[in-house]
Ligand binder design. Sequence first.
Ligand SMILES: [Zn+2]
Length: 253
Amino acid sequence: LHSDHCGLISKFAKSGCKILAGETEGEMINFESGNLYWRMLDDLFIKFGFPEAQFGRNTDIHPGRKYCNTEKVNFTYVDEGDVLEYGGYHFQPILTPGHTPGHMCLYDAEKKVLFCGDHILGTITPNICIELGVENPLEDYLNSLKKIDALDVDLVLTSHGTMIQDVHGRIQELFQHHEARLEEVKNILTNEWKTSYMVAQDMTWEIMCKDWESFPAPQKWFATGEAISHLQYLYLSGIILREERNGIYYYKK
Ligand SMILES: [Zn+2]
């Protein structure tokens, strides 16, 4: 769904390439090519407390929008159980929702190789963000990590940065990261109602900015998305409370 993975697919499709995707992701990519997707995503972020005033700049410079695929593509859908044969490899698609709602990895069981897209990354943690039609993206993501943890894998080829050899070790680090993040978010909440945007401001971020106000607008968006996924996980686990006031969600302990 993200532009850094599918921004060029309509160009490939026009030159006669067959474009494969899981159905959930393919349908969303085609929906994203129209204007309604971004309007609905803006509304969703407003509902989670992102200030409307930030949208002008966010819309202009958000890389997801800027490089988004803008034409519908006639996908060939693949699903779990299919086998894709290329160059002596036999890849099974594995559905791993979390980073995006229909995210898929490709696994060759014989060669123990996994192309994992953005599901597992070596040096950074994949962004887990709210999406249209998704209530609890972090729970989806953690379940998808467990799914990969059960596989016999020697080499993971990621979509950003380094390859990973110790995938099970990296999965444990990702579990610990989200546990620590959930704890941090819980500690930021008090007995006062706060929006996801307010919580995002108080979370720690590895970014070269002196304070929240100097974050570029798209980074505020990504940070708020991360805050939402952790708050939703805590709320849907019954650990914190959520209330809707004037169309905006607020959370408290
Ligand atoms: Zn991505």
